[in-house]
Design a protein around this ligand. Sequence first.
Ligand SMILES: Cc1cc2nc3c(=O)[nH]c(=O)nc-3n(C[C@H](O)[C@H](O)[C@H](O)COP(=O)(O)O)c2cc1C
Length: 504
Amino acid sequence: MITVSLKPGVRLVTNAPESLIIEAPGARMRLSRLGPAARELLQRLATAPLAWDTRVSGELVGLPRCDRALAVPVLNQLAGRRLVQFGCAVGRRQLMIASPTGGPARFELDAECGDRPVRLSRFTYIRSRHQELVLECPQRFLRLHLLAPEVISILPLLAYGCSFADLCEQIPACDKEETAEAVRFLLAAGAIGVISSAGALDEDTDPQIAPREFHDVAFHASTRQGLTDNAFGGIFPFLGKLPPAPALKPAMSEIRIPLAVPDMARVMRHDPRLATVMEARRSVRRYGDQALTAEELGEFLYRTARAQFILPPDPASGRFYEATRRTYPSGGAAYDLELYLTLNDCDGIASGVYHYEPSEHALSLVNDQPGTIEALLKNARSQTGQEEVPQVLLTFASRFNRLSWKYRAISYATTLKNAGVLYEAMYLVATAMNLAPCALGGGDSALFSLAAGLDPMIESSVAEFILGTRSPLDLQAGLVPPGRESQNAPADPGAIPPPAENPE
Ligand SMILES: Cc1cc2nc3c(=O)[nH]c(=O)nc-3n(C[C@H](O)[C@H](O)[C@H](O)COP(=O)(O)O)c2cc1C
């Protein structure tokens, strides 16, 4: 049978006629405008768990005003607020508990499959959480706590797909009643689905759900407030246990190349206006005959990626780690993204893989093996669908601990947002400089980790960007690269004054 109970720590504190007040760990909520059925249901749950017997229809035992059809949406609403949980029991033996993780949790109390074949949903996964084996159902925002080894033993067969009769035949030792209850419960939680005559589950044919990938669904459900019960935001789980990673990665080699610093006052006077740049921005995947110059590369990196200054830790403001200021924003000012440049054709700097040092505004050589450089560039080219090899490949690699030391649930989600922000900063600056920019979404992280000598568990590439000079066919009218226009050009009346470089 299925039981419904308030989650541990949830209790009804006020039972006034106009509203009910419920306390849950870390929350207190007033539930007003409840209908008589919902009120009766909650009051009943506050005293004892409710047994939900699928064999009984109509009125719920002991709840004269609460019809079963009324109870299902009310219970799912309570589940969505993480107030109730569902149990699977045979007699006094608990087999599983389904606990809602967030907002739209859905448990179909009356689900029934009879002897039709069922299969595990491709979104369901098993894992160890807080030293306990759980089955996560992110498609329903439910977590199943597996309490009985018999339930675990049927999961491999359910992965292939089978009927209740198949289960009993293949696991002769299984208790039929427990197996029937377990299958019904897994179905109610959406952990399994009924296989159609065409061999598909609903999720495989529903046009809204069929294209969605397991890891995307799991990632989204685990990283958005309201959907997850993971501790959220900047919670500093390792404060006092592990030191934070430094804001700036130490130099990766002694072979360092200082980069040209642009005259920013001049850039600000002569740069095209933001609206002009935004309207003109396009991805460009073919290049001019001339190589990108070291000066252009220096200006591009200075404008997009340099650290303007270092911010020491400031516990009083809740920042327990060193941060930096840069021209693009970054979650928590943590700037987890390191930039690596694979130079193919840069006038003034030898071909190689370099790490960009954002506070020194310098490159340090990481790898100069021609085969490695060629492989990275070939991989980049393969993502453009073009023949031309990019002049410069920029690889964004995240030092994961910069964010996971502070954020738990949202670290990697923040990394990807940071990469998006940096993409746009690079697009805009490259467009303003009349260079050829293009984001790349599918670089080879294994190849990059070998090239840079990095452990991808610690620091790994997450995005790429390619850059070069523009082909004469793509040179943009109205966008004159700074340094190539008349030195006496009038100042742009719309130019924004330069910020102070280092207020500290
Ligand atoms: C996240 C992201 C990934 C991208 N990946 C690639 C890619 O792998 N190859 C490519 O040629 N263009 C890639 N692009 C560029 C898009 O194809 C391009 O932005 C889109 O077609 C719109 O064209 P536009 O940038 O010229 O306006 C990517 C863009 C973004 C934002």
